[in-house]
Design a binder for this molecule. Structure first.
Ligand SMILES: Cc1cc2nc3c(=O)[nH]c(=O)nc-3n(C[C@H](O)[C@H](O)[C@H](O)COP(=O)(O)OP(=O)(O)OC[C@H]3O[C@@H](n4cnc5c(N)ncnc54)[C@H](O)[C@@H]3O)c2cc1C
Length: 377
């Protein structure tokens, strides 16, 4: 006996839950299948921009009742080992959340049937019907399973072979009194430190009682060494506790434009990290994941149950209208012509500038202030 749904979504992260929420509100029967049982942890710094709150219409007072919600009003930026700069805004420009809480909250309000602790192992398409794990069927399948989404594998992605990934490691833990006494980081002001070769950045991020430390790079060669040196530097400067109670964990993802992953096909849409959508400058992935989910839901609803490739192709158009053409290779070549030593020197000077830190690093790269929040129709 199989269970039938209008739509099956693989992955109950922000992308999957957001898409499910919009489809169930219009009366579709939706199942979210996730290999984990929720609440589950997700390797992430947990920084969200106000655009996410606005698009998802999250009531902050309600959310913070029994969850961590850290308003962020100031930001320390600089290059590792150089003088850094504090930019204050005097109002929340972003928020710190814990992914185990945030993702669970979104899943609970999605209205979908939750099939949890169920890794997707098989997906078969016969006629216009998908059968997942030989148990669940639907005419539309949405891949929202993150970087290693099984739907992406089904469409031909060979993980770890041709894709220029961002590799990142982080640790998040609840600080006890000794940790707190040994940590100079202010909760309202997360700290961002760019690597000297400009291939990534590290962060320290205090959210209420929790501390999150991490570093991500576009080049995963000797990542652990980079992370180790970064943490040692912070410990020597007294910014973070001398001993961390947990080991670092790692994960990979893709920046927008670096991948030709399939976004749609007959009976299929791919959203969030599964589609490789994180912002290239900051690595912020939650906002693009949510926005792609909105586009996917709108395109699916407009298709009126005809989920042919032709009806779903508009999804890619919406993505490219919002985030730009996916092929950025021309820009990458140009960037390579500039000598690295010159880029480093220039970057160190720019990062020391008050104007550049506020207007480019923060307002443009991290807050995407030029892009208005997406409104759900
Ligand atoms: C170290 C690090 C720090 C980051 N920090 C930030 C940040 O501060 N802010 C930000 O905006 N972004 C950040 N990101 C990026 C962000 O985490 C992702 O872009 C975001 O989680 C994408 O959401 P998603 O719903 O597409 O996928 P995910 O959140 O990855 O959810 C995918 C879901 O699919 C499930 N799944 C996977 N495989 C299967 C399977 N075979 N069967 C069933 N279920 C499956 C998983 O269990 C998971 O629940 C960070 C990433 C990393 C690695």
């Amino acid at each position: 006996m199989t269970q039938k749904f209008d739509v099956i979504i693989i992955g109950g992260g922000p992308a999957g839950s957001t898409c499910a929420n919009l489809l169930t509100k219009k009366g579709l029967s939706v199942a979210i299948i996730d290999k984990e049982k929720f609440p589950r942890d997700k390797i992430c710094a947990g920084w969200i921009t106000p655009a996410v709150i606005e698009t998802l219409k999250i009531d902050l007072e309600d959310y913070r009742q029994n969850r961590t919600l850290q308003p962020l009003t100031g930001f320390i930026t600089g290059m590792i080992g150089e003088k850094c700069r504090l930019t204050r805004y005097g109002k929340p420009m972003s928020y710190g959340i814990r992914r185990c809480e945030f993702d669970h909250y979104l899943l609970e309000r999605s209205g979908a049937k939750q099939i949890l602790g169920e890794p997707v192992k098989t997906m078969v398409r016969k006629g216009n019907l998908w059968t997942i794990n030989e148990k669940f069927t639907s005419r539309l399948l949405i891949g929202a399973g993150g970087h290693f989404c099984p739907v992406t594998k089904h469409t031909g992605t060979k993980f770890g072979q041709t894709e220029p990934i961002v590799a990142a490691q982080e640790v998040e833990f609840k600080m006890d009194a000794a940790h707190k006494a040994d940590c100079l980081v202010e909760a309202e002001s997360p700290e961002l430190y760019f690597c000297r070769d400009l291939k990534g950045y590290g962060w320290i991020f205090r959210k209420g009682d929790y501390l999150n430390i991490g570093l991500g790079r576009q080049d995963n060669h000797k990542l652990s060494k980079h992370v180790e040196l970064f943490v040692k530097d912070l410990q020597q400067a007294g910014r973070v506790p001398k001993t961390l109670p947990k080991k670092m964990s790692g994960h990979a993802y893709l920046l927008y434009g670096d991948t030709p992953r399939t976004l749609y096909d007959d009976g299929l849409l791919v959203i969030g990290d599964a589609a490789g959508l994180a912002y290239a400058q900051s690595g912020e992935g939650i906002r693009p994941a949510i926005e792609s989910a909105v586009f996917a839901a709108e395109v699916a609803l407009a298709a009126r149950s005809d989920y042919s490739r032709d009806k779903l192709k508009h999804y890619q158009t919406r993505i490219e209208e919002r985030f730009g053409q996916r092929d950025k290779r021309r820009n990458i070549k140009l960037a390579r012509i500039i000598p690295t030593s010159f880029k480093r020197m220039l970057a160190a000077k720019l990062l020391a500038s008050k104007y550049f830190s506020r207007n480019f690093v923060l307002n443009k790269w991290f807050f995407h202030m030029e892009q208005a929040p997406l409104k759900i129709k």
